[in-house]
Design a protein around this ligand. Structure first.
Ligand SMILES: Cc1ncc(COP(=O)(O)O)c(C=O)c1O
Length: 376
């Protein structure tokens, strides 16, 4: 049996519906920021209990736009060092100074303590990244710390469609949340992004930024330095149809994750990262830490070559402060992030994963770990 690293699930009925809607859109000539984009925004907001949504061209655009609406230029913005490069790029492109912070090994996320250690008198915003779809139970403490100091909390929810903590969804904990619809994400529109917010001013400004800073879609008065961050109608219908599968995908991904957690009880070499009480992850990634001494590269090779199992990509293989492009922002060590980046694996989770696939991954892991340990 082969288990791929990622599988993008668009059932045939959905593909047929998207094809038919695409044909209607092309015939209509209304190809961008139209009725389908509005419908996608409303449906995505409703799925997350959010008052407002603004659809944009990518998750990176969503982050940069949020940061621009909260005016971070020339100020410091704190981000966890174990995130995707796009989080850092969005901060820099919004004109801010990037401050890397360490994280908590149990959640791979910022904690109140790591945020406190990274704050400066110039901090304007903190970006909390819900790595793998997991929302840290410290989210309220982090928000309280930010509120005390007049700092804005922004969520990078690129991984966290439908994830929740204490019944509150990703995108509701900070001033705004940025979601990505890149193909591997739990919900995709091909490419695209979404901003969720309860702040009307952020919503209004985001709408202006995404369309070249124009005061209105039809006019030609530019009141901000915006960009081409629009979502096309073709992407919007793809996302809209896919979004309907979110409850079903959350259930199937949670079922696969529960089976992994039960099975990993028998495999000492891997310690699962558990979702904290009160939380529900979308399991964009199933995270587990390898016992020190187990070589991740060799384990992945063994799994792939002998068992046909491809592990999903890490989140992330190296922290940003060790990436060449961020060299000038690297200050000090972030030992927890360095350790979890070096030592974790992501077991494959697909929205249509079968119990047989999960079993195959577990049996393969047990065998591969044993082979590696014997070889040591
Ligand atoms: C944590 C994180 N932030 C931001 C992004 C950027 O999203 P996009 O690729 O849609 O621009 C991603 C996407 O992969 C991500 O994983």
């Amino acid at each position: 049996m082969q288990v791929p690293a990622a599988r993008i699930v668009f059932p045939e009925a959905d593909r047929a519906e998207i094809a038919s809607l695409t044909s209607e859109i092309l015939a209509s000539g209304a190809l961008t920021l139209g009725a389908h984009t509005k419908e996608f925004e409303a449906a995505f907001a409703a799925a997350h209990g959010a008052p407002f949504a603004v659809a944009v061209s990518s998750g990176t655009a969503a982050l940069e736009i949020i940061l621009r609406t909260v005016e971070v230029a020339d100020a410091d913005v704190v981000v966890p060092t174990n995130t995707f490069a796009a989080t850092g790029f969005a901060v820099l492109r919004a004109g801010a100074n990037l401050i890397f912070a360490d994280v908590d090994a149990e959640t791979f996320a910022l904690s109140a303590a790591t945020v406190a250690a990274a704050l400066t008198p110039r901090t304007r915003a903190v970006v909390l990244v819900h790595i793998g779809g997991l929302i840290t139970p410290e989210v309220d403490d982090i928000r309280a710390l930010c509120d005390e100091r007049g700092i804005l909390l922004v969520e990078d929810a690129a991984h966290a469609h439908g994830s929740s903590h204490d019944g509150r969804y990703a995108g509701s904990f900070g001033v705004a949340g940025a979601f990505s619809f890149y193909p591997t994400k739990v919900i995709t529109s091909g490419e695209g992004g979404m901003i969720l917010t309860a702040d009307e001013r952020v919503r209004d400004e985001a709408v202006i930024f995404r369309d070249q800073g124009k005061a209105g879609f039809l006019g030609n008065v530019h009141i901000k330095q915006g960009y081409a961050w629009r979502m096309s109608e073709l992407h919007a219908v793809t996302g809209l149809v896919h979004l309907r599968r979110l409850p079903e995908f959350l259930d199937s991904r949670n079922a696969a994750a529960a089976a992994y957690t039960a099975g990993l009880g028998q495999i000492e070499a891997l310690e699962p990262i558990l979702v904290p009480a009160g939380g529900r992850s979308n399991y964009y990634k199933y995270l587990a830490l390898l016992r020190p001494g187990i070589d991740r590269v060799r384990l992945k090779k063994e799994l792939k070559e002998r068992h046909g199992v491809s592990l999903s990509g890490e989140v992330y293989e190296a922290p940003l402060h060790e990436q060449p492009v961020f060299e000038s922002y690297a200050r000090g060590n972030h030992p927890v992030a360095q350790d979890v980046c070096a030592r974790h694996v992501c077991l494959p989770v697909h929205s249509d994963m079968t119990a047989a696939e999960v079993d195959h991954v577990l049996v393969s892991l047990a065998s591969a770990v044993e082979a590696l340990t014997v070889a040591i």
